[in-house]
Every structure is written in C-alpha cells, then in structure tokens.
Design a protein around this ligand. Structure first.
Ligand SMILES: NC(=O)c1ccc[n+]([C@@H]2O[C@H](COP(=O)([O-])OP(=O)(O)OC[C@H]3O[C@@H](n4cnc5c(N)ncnc54)[C@H](O)[C@@H]3O)[C@@H](O)[C@H]2O)c1
Ligand SMILES: O=C(O)C[C@H](O)C(=O)O
Length: 309
C-alpha cells in the first residue's frame, strides 16, 4: 500500500490524517516535534477503525526518518494565526519549520508529491520548492480547494441546495485578496448569475475571502482545521488514485497568467505526477486586475522570504 506522510500532527494534520484513513488507500505516518503527541493520535485513530471501517496502518513518530518513501507528504507543521493577525505574520516562524521539513522530505521521500498547507501558504509552497529541489509539478499548495469549498457551501446554504451540486473556483493567493470567480460558479449546471442577484453574489464572495478570519475570530486560539484537513486529504486522494481532478491549487507559475516565479492559486489537473497541467482561463479585465492585486500580495511575501536569507 502507498504511504502518506503528514508533517505536523496538530489540528490540521490530524484532521487530514483522519480523512486520508477513511479513503482506505494509503498507510499514514504523522510526524511532530512534540514527544508522544503523534503517537497518541495514531493509536486513537486506530481505535476508531472498527467503527469507521478503514484498514490502513497508522503511525506517529518524532523523527523524520519515519516518512521514508512516502508517495505524498502533507506539510502542516507551523503556528496558526490568532485574532488580529494576518497569515503573513506567520512567515518567519513557519518558514524555518518548512525549511527543516523540506530538507527531510528531499532526504527521505525523494519521489513524493508535496502538498503544502502551513501559512502563509503561497510562501511556504515556495520554500518547499526551493529546499526540496523537486520539479515544480511535485509541489502543490492547498488553499483553492478550501476557499472554493467555502464559496460552494455559502452558495448552497443561500439556495438551500446540496453543496456537492455547487461548482465554484477561487483563484489567487491564500489571503484576503483571493479571487472568487463567480462567473464560473454554477449549481447543477446553471450559472449562479441565473439564480442569485449581484448583491448576494458579492456578499457571498466577500464572506469567502474572509472565511478563515471569521473562524479565527470565533476560535481565538487558532484557526480552522476540519475543512482544511478535508481539503488536503482530497488533494492527496487525487494524487494517490491518479484521479486527474481539476481543482484550484497553488502552483509555481512561469509565465502562466503573466506571472513569473511565484506560487498562486490557479486551476490545475491533479494526478499521480502532482500538478500535471495548469489551465489558463479567459479572465475579464476586472477579474485579471483582482488576480494582479492578489499576485502582488504574494510577491510581497516572496520579498520578505528573500530578505530572510
Ligand atoms: N492552507 C490553508 O488553507 C490552511 C488552512 C488551515 C491552517 N493552515 C495553516 O496550517 C498550519 C497548522 O495549523 P494547525 O491548526 O494544525 O496548528 P497546530 O498548532 O494545531 O499544529 C501545528 C503542529 O505543528 C507541529 N510542529 C511545529 N514545528 C514542527 C516541526 N519542525 N516538525 C514537525 N512538526 C512541527 C506542532 O507541534 C503542532 O502540533 C498553520 O500554519 C495554519 O495557519 C493553512
Ligand atoms: O485563516 C487561517 O489563518 C487559516 C487558514 O488559512 C484558513 O483559511 O482557514
């Protein structure tokens, strides 16, 4: 059976592990710096297996060696934000953690597809690319799946329809400048513009952009993890099963959409090889200008990263 390694067994890492277990397609190992912590999660998940029906091996470890030969590595290790903080405020701490993790991924799981999750997401994905030396296709940032699932839920809630019947795509960086593409959103094949007025669509787009912050302001001591964990697991499944899913993900751009040398959320084809294709959608001038604004925010983060040396 394939192996999925999850770096960081905290709220997002553990939730992702639980979701991956339920897919029943890969053994799981969680690595965390806190002694005993990932081991406790692994045993707890195994106790649930007779109830939840999975038959995979689940382990916890404090040494990176445990990720040996993983096909997929989900990098969640890092501090979450608290009220009043921007995701970029996490940069310095989480870059150092990501550098160490990425070097160990390159050492122990050189063939892996890496799904970056820690924030600031588009910058942490860049660190994973630089430090592993992997081809760009094998580094994918998880943000668009989460941001889109939030947008899908808000639309479904407003229309009182099954959330799975709502399709929507959120592009751009994983920050408040992200770009919910309402023009491409649909419900059961109907464009949402046929079902909702402009004011409502704007309201739902705005709530999507600040969806993470809304949870932080309620939770106070951390950030969202159920939907993020499920989103990372969905991406892992696409890779493990070679599903060829079209999903939004943070991908390294070399000219696509006019951007060079940054990770940004765009529609991709996700399969065994990681990001197997990047799709370039036709954007209106307004959409392109919103994406430019989002790319600028990511470029600011990359400058900060470069200044760390
Ligand atoms: N991309 C997204 O959409 C998204 C969504 C939610 C959260 N996040 C981010 O994910 C990160 C984790 O969030 P969380 O809620 O799980 O936090 P958490 O504090 O619950 O868990 C983080 C874990 O990382 C561990 N850790 C720290 N340094 C480590 C190292 N060097 N090696 C291994 N493990 C290490 C900690 O011990 C902790 O258990 C945060 O940066 C958060 O902002 C991103
Ligand atoms: O909001 C955060 O800081 C966590 C995550 O990026 C999210 O969108 O939930």
């Amino acid at each position: 059976m394939s192996k999925v390694a999850i770096i960081g067994a905290g709220n997002v890492g553990a939730t992702a592990a639980y979701c991956v277990a339920e897919q029943n397609v890969a053994d799981i190992v969680m690595v965390d710096v806190i002694q005993g912590f990932p081991q406790s999660k692994a045993i707890d998940f195994l106790h649930a297996s007779p109830l939840r029906g999975y038959r995979v091996r689940i382990a916890g470890a404090n040494e990176y060696e445990a990720i040996k030969d993983a096909k997929v590595v989900i990098h969640t290790a890092g501090i979450p934000r608290k009220p009043g903080m921007d995701r970029m405020d996490l940069l310095k701490t989480n870059v150092n953690i990501a550098r160490e993790a990425a070097r160990n991924i390159a050492k122990y799981a050189p063939e892996a597809v890496v799904i970056a999750v820690a924030n600031p997401l588009d910058i942490i994905a860049a660190v994973c690319l630089r430090e592993t030396g992997f081809p760009k296709e094998r580094i994918a940032g998880m943000a668009g799946v989460l941001d889109s699932t939030r947008f899908r839920y808000f639309i479904a809630e407003r229309l009182n329809v099954q959330p799975q019947d709502v399709q929507a795509m959120v592009l751009g960086g994983h920050g408040d400048t992200m770009v919910p593409l309402s023009r491409y959103a649909s419900v059961g094949g109907f464009p949402i513009g046929d079902l909702l007025d402009e004011k409502t669509i704007t309201e739902l787009s705005d709530r999507t952009r600040t969806g993470g912050g809304e949870i932080v302001s309620y939770l106070k001591k951390g950030s969202a993890y159920y939907a993020p964990g499920a989103s990372a697991a969905k991406m892992a499944e696409a890779v493990l099963k070679d599903e060829k899913r079209i999903l939004p993900a943070s991908a390294y751009l070399e000219g696509e959409y006019g951007y060079h040398g940054i990770f940004l959320g765009v529609p991709v084809l996700l399969g065994r090889g990681g990001i197997e294709r990047i799709y370039e959608l036709e954007l209106t001038p307004e959409e392109k200008s919103a994406l430019d604004n989002s790319a600028k925010a990511v470029e600011g983060g990359v400058e900060l990263l470069n200044s760390l040396g």
